[in-house]
Design a protein around this ligand. Structure first.
Ligand SMILES: CC(C)(COP(=O)(O)OP(=O)(O)OC[C@H]1O[C@@H](n2cnc3c(N)ncnc32)[C@H](O)[C@@H]1OP(=O)(O)O)[C@@H](O)C(=O)NCCC(=O)NCCS
Length: 160
């Protein structure tokens, strides 16, 4: 796993990181979650994720929620100045280590059809299209379609 960023430290998110998560979501131009939603997610234990830090500055994050035997990737972002250096790949690798240990069936997520960078990234790391979500997102004018993507880890889960 090659990451071109030097001195990258990956830390597990906890409920003391709420402000940091909101800040990095804002600068990555991702939807900023409310503090109470983040607190609820992280406090109840179904939410988890990682921060990527360089010289103590947060340059990326990934946030997920566990639902029975699957996980939902809720939010992911890397600072513009640090993109295409393998930071998101490194964060996702950390998540996959958990997923494999926990025998998770699949990870799924929703993404805007116009978000070419994210779709290319997800395809590269093994996500496949499940379906188109018609008019799923609000756009400046009207609505925009989304895609439901998933990466399956244990295909025979339903047989066991
Ligand atoms: C999507 C995002 C998280 C990718 O982060 P990143 O750290 O730049 O990704 P990586 O460097 O690990 O990329 C790994 C591979 O994904 C693909 N990829 C990533 N960004 C891409 C882009 N803009 N265009 C095409 N392919 C891209 C490439 O194959 C890349 O490998 P390469 O650089 O060797 O060609 C980042 O662009 C981002 O923060 N976007 C804004 C927030 C967002 O859209 N989040 C997802 C919401 S669902």
């Amino acid at each position: 796993m090659v990451c071109k960023e030097k001195n990258l430290v990956i830390e597990r998110i906890d409920k003391n990181n709420i402000l940091s998560i909101q800040n990095i979501q804002r600068v990555c131009e991702e939807p900023v979650w409310g503090a109470s939603s983040l607190f609820h997610l992280l406090d109840k234990g179904s939410g988890y994720g990682y921060l990527a830090k360089q010289s103590r500055n947060i340059i990326g994050y990934i946030l997920l929620r566990s639902l029975n035997n699957e996980e939902e990737l809720l939010s992911l972002g890397v600072l513009k100045s640090n993109r295409r250096n393998g930071v998101a790949k490194r964060l996702f690798y950390e998540v996959e280590r958990d997923v494999i240990k926990k025998n998770i069936y699949r990870i799924f997520l929703e993404v805007r059809v116009e978000n070419n960078a994210a779709i290319c990234f997800y395809k590269l790391i093994g996500f496949k299209k499940v379906k188109v979500l018609k008019n799923y997102y609000r756009a400046d004018i009207g609505h925009e379609d989304g895609l439901l993507l998933s990466k399956v880890y244990f295909d025979d889960y339903k047989l066991s």
